[in-house]
Design a protein around this ligand. Structure first.
Ligand code: ADP
Ligand code: MG
Length: 235
């Protein structure tokens, strides 16, 4: 069962912010059973030292900044770091590149194996309540607007139907000789967001928007490698 109490505590700790940090957003996803990368946050100005000793390389470095929405657009994501020395160099280079931004710290995480990139969005409509958006394969989502919407609570059949109706679903089912990805894990992740016991149903009073982009789906499962949760403004 989801740990709603813990998720609410994470949201409460972020009170006053517009959005959760990526690290906190991933904590909330994990409370609902979604897989997220193992990670560490390093405060701005701290040295890498032995901080990554519990993580399995290669590492991904991401900037933590409330003012940066699309980290890779500004050079705020560095994948494939082999060791702590490379990680320290990457921080130094990123600090120089992002001079002028208000940087809170650095998020290091383990790299997920390659797979198909899926997008799960969540929102709360004044009339329909919590709803979920699904898309597949980065370019297809943004360029072709190949997405499907569903009203929560979604049932497993709803999610399978939404997937079936995506033109890009063939990417998930073994495109050009690639092995089929774990579609059941993808359905499960969507239900953990939009199902009866999912995040959007449990937290609609506090969450205005959710964006998991991407959820990487491969032969072994599905893992949310980027997450953003925008808090509902308190009145
Ligand atoms: P942005 O803010 O630019 O959306 P992301 O956190 O989504 O930043 O990272 C950009 C891209 O880097 C992702 O779309 C994904 O392809 C890759 N990536 C990010 N984190 C990981 C990770 N932990 N494992 C593997 N790939 C990752
Ligand atoms: Mg992203």
């Amino acid at each position: 069962m989801p740990d709603v109490a813990r998720a609410r505590a994470v949201l409460a700790a972020a009170e006053g912010r517009v959005a959760l940090t990526e690290d906190a957003a991933k904590d909330v996803l994990a409370c609902f059973g979604l897989h997220v990368p193992k990670r560490r946050v390093l405060p701005f100005g701290a040295a890498v030292g032995s901080a990554l000793s519990g993580l399995q390389p290669p590492f991904v470095l991401k900037v933590v900044s409330a003012s940066i929405l699309h980290k890779s657009d500004v050079g705020g994501v560095h994948v494939g770091l082999a060791n702590p020395v490379a990680a320290q160099h990457a921080i130094d280079a990123m600090s120089a590149r992002l001079a002028g931004h208000a940087i809170e710290g650095w998020l290091f995480e383990e790299m997920a194996p390659k797979g198909v990139e899926m997008v799960i969005g969540g929102g709360v409509d004044a009339r329909f309540g919590p709803h979920v958006m699904l898309g597949l394969g980065g370019v297809s989502v943004e360029l072709l607007e190949d997405v499907r919407f569903g009203i929560c609570p979604l049932r497993p059949g709803d999610v399978r139907q939404m997937l079936d109706r995506l033109r890009a679903v063939r990417l998930l089912r073994g495109w050009r000789g690639a092995p089929p990805a774990d579609e059941r894990a993808a359905v499960e992740a969507v239900l953990q967001v939009g199902g009866r016991d999912g995040l959007m149903m449990a937290l609609a009073d506090h969450v205005a928007e959710l964006d998991v982009n991407p959820l990487i789906v491969n032969v072994r499962g599905a893992i949310a490698v980027d997450a953003r949760i925008v808090l509902r403004a308190r009145t």
